[in-house]
Write a protein that binds this ligand. Structure first.
Ligand code: NI
Length: 165
């Protein structure tokens, strides 16, 4: 088990677009570390750049805190379709500890991703799983919850975060 240090905002790596994964097999070890780090944090999702891995991979387990494990590895993920319906929900981020901000996102997405064998999957996600996947996919594009806020809310939450440091 390897729990890695988590990169914290405003580390510039959290604002960079990650490169596509080209060697899926080579990722197996680090994906185990991503899960170890996520569960230890404890969190429900963790993306590569949050441990300094600048590749398009994230892990999530949106239900484990409710006593039901559903680990998912998403490599080179793409949103194929997003529902028109949106909802606002409070989101936290392991890279911005102590802050929870309301973010508006589509309530349902169709996500395509590769697994650790390189097999491509397509899955419809709803509820918290849809939110979690969109939050983690944002990390692969250098986007954090602050970037999803209106300017006044962003300034407020950034000040709140700075005060915690
Ligand atoms: Ni996050």
């Amino acid at each position: 088990m390897s729990v890695l240090p988590i990169v914290r905002w405003p580390d510039p790596r959290l604002s960079q677009v990650c490169a596509p994964v080209t060697d899926v097999v080579a990722l197996a070890g680090v994906v185990r570390d991503l899960f170890d780090t996520m569960y230890a944090a404890p969190g429900r999702g963790l993306a590569g750049p949050q441990v300094g891995l600048m590749q398009r991979v994230f892990v999530m387990d949106p239900t484990w805190k409710d006593g039901d494990r559903s680990p998912l590895v998403c490599i080179n993920p793409d949103v194929l379709h997003a529902a028109e319906g949106v909802a606002e929900g409070a989101e936290a981020c392991l890279s911005i500890p102590g802050v929870s901000a309301k973010v508006t996102r589509p309530t349902e997405i169709t996500l395509a991703y590769s697994d650790l064998s390189g097999v491509r999957h397509q899955e419809v996600l709803t509820g918290f799983a849809a939110i979690c996947a969109q939050h983690e996919l944002d990390h692969l594009n250098g986007v954090v919850i602050f970037d999803r806020l209106a300017p006044d809310a962003r300034a407020r939450f950034e000040a709140e975060y700075a005060a915690l440091a």
